[in-house]
Structures are given as structure tokens and as C-alpha cells.
Design a protein around this ligand. Sequence first.
Ligand code: HSE
Length: 328
Amino acid sequence: MSVRIAVLGLGSVGKGVLEMIAKKDLDIIVTGVADSKSGLIDPSGLDIGAVLLSKRTGSCGSVAISAKDVVSRADYDILVEVTPTNAGDGEPAFSYMKLAIERGKHVVTSNKGPISLHLKELKGLARERGVFVRYEATVGGAIPIMHTLGNGLAGNEILALYGVLNGTCNYILTRMAAEGLTYDQALAEARELGYAEADPTYDVKGIDAAIKLVILANTIWDNGVSLDRVDITGIDLLTTDALRLAEEKDCTIRLIAEAFPNRGVLRVSPRIIRKDHPLVFEGSLNAITLETDMAGEITLIGKGAGSIETASAIIGDILFISSHVRCN
Ligand code: HSE
């Protein structure tokens, strides 16, 4: 049985999701889409190729149809909410998600704003309505961290976690060290490759990694932490010289996120680490190390950003839901 989705947001992630559904000929019907200016609704299923083509040359649909219209009127099983992160209040995505849940629809999202701010409320509403809210794509790009936490490690106590949670910063640091690029040149490349947020200051000031740390902490420990509890230092003031000096000592610099609940530590900061350290790797990769009581130490590593990589997590969540509930 096909699963029907409505997609909000046709930036790098939304386009990646549509491209992969079409390319892989997945049994997923898209009955609604919206970008920031327009929308399209068709209960019998939209032509994905035509949507992507019209997006390439402008808006995806009619200006008379808003994102809210798509959420409230389209005929879908799962709302795929992939608009840019608003870390301030999570809007308008938070309202769209609540509206979808009230309609008895499942939600799949890459949007870190509402998940970092309102996870408990969204989960509570979803429980009341008997639907799923899944957010694998909010942390670690293609890395199946939420699935691992919720399934493979379900019986474990997670004692601590640390890792590299921002692909843009890892890419910038790699390029500055390897090629001697300036910070601005490396950031321009990361934007070109679709790694950076719509507002890249979220990445380079460490905010994006901190938001992901909050999402992980609340998922694992349900401790209601918020962004203001995280000590944050970004990489925006790092110079090529600082990286060169680290290199001279056979070290490099990485933006490390860490949570040690027993010690009250929630921190994101650039760290000088030896080049042979397991958390030193190149490009947009992310890694998350979990310290657990039964499984010992587990490290997951993979592409932390990018259109298709994030689409992998979104599509995984869609197919998870469609295999667990009866759609249509
Ligand atoms: N801007 C984010 C990053 C995208 O660079 O990691 C994935 O969340």
C-alpha cells in the first residue's frame, strides 16, 4: 500500500527527498508540496519531475496555496516538514506540525528548531492522537542515531555522549588545514555544497551543533534541557595560522560537542586534538560516540550534511512509519 506524503520546504533537503523518491521509484505518493511562496495539492499524486522542474525556474506551484493550506487541506498520511530551522521559537514549523498531528497525521522532520524546543509537547500530542513524530534527520545527517538509540541500544543506559555534530564546521576545518584556505573561502565552499544552514552563522558559531546536542540530550535523558544550558564556542574566529600551529604539533582542531550528565557538562567548543584521534576525519562527516552501560562504547560515523544524505534519514523515517502503520 502506498504511503502519501505532503512536503513542506523545497530547499536542499526537500529537493533531495523528492529526487530520491522519483529516482528509486519508491512507493510514496506526494499529494502536496509547498515552498516559501507557493503550494500545490493533488490527491491523486503530483508529478515529482514537474515539481522539481518548476522549482528550478521559480516557485513550485500556485501563490494562492500556502504551506498552511497544504498542511490543513491536502490528503496525506505523513507531513514531511523540511523547512529551514528557526531556533528562536521553532515557527512556523511547530504550528504546522501540531496542525498535522491534530488531523491525525504522522510527522517526519529535519527541522531542528521545533524539535529542540518542543519535543516533549510534540511527543505528547502525537501519543494522544496515536501518530508518530520522527526526527532522525535533525542530528547527524545520514547517521541512524535515533534508530540506534530507540532500537539497537534500547535496553542500555546512555551514560555520556560526545562527537562531531556539524558537517559544515568539519568541512571548513578540513579545508583550512589541508589546502590553507581562508575561513571565508572554506565557508563559501560549504555553502555551495549544500552543507550549511540557510543562515550559516548557526553552523560556524556552534549553535547548530548545540541544538543537536539538546535534541540528543532530551531524546536520551528526557531532561528538558534548552539551548541556553549549553556552553558554546564556535569556529568563526579561528584563523588558518591557528590550524597551522596545531599541525606543527601533529594535532588539528575540531568542533566537539559533549554531554556528561553526571558532571552537568553540555558543551560545544573547538578542541586541539591529535591527528590520529578517532574523531579526526575529513569533510562533512559527523561522528557520535555513546558511552553505555551494557554495550560499552559505540561510535557511529557518516555523512552529517548534504541534500541526499539528509534525504536518506527522512526517507528512512517515512518507510519506518509506513511499515508500522496502515497507510491509505
Ligand atoms: N548545517 C548542518 C551541518 C546540516 O553542517 O551539519 C545538517 O544538520
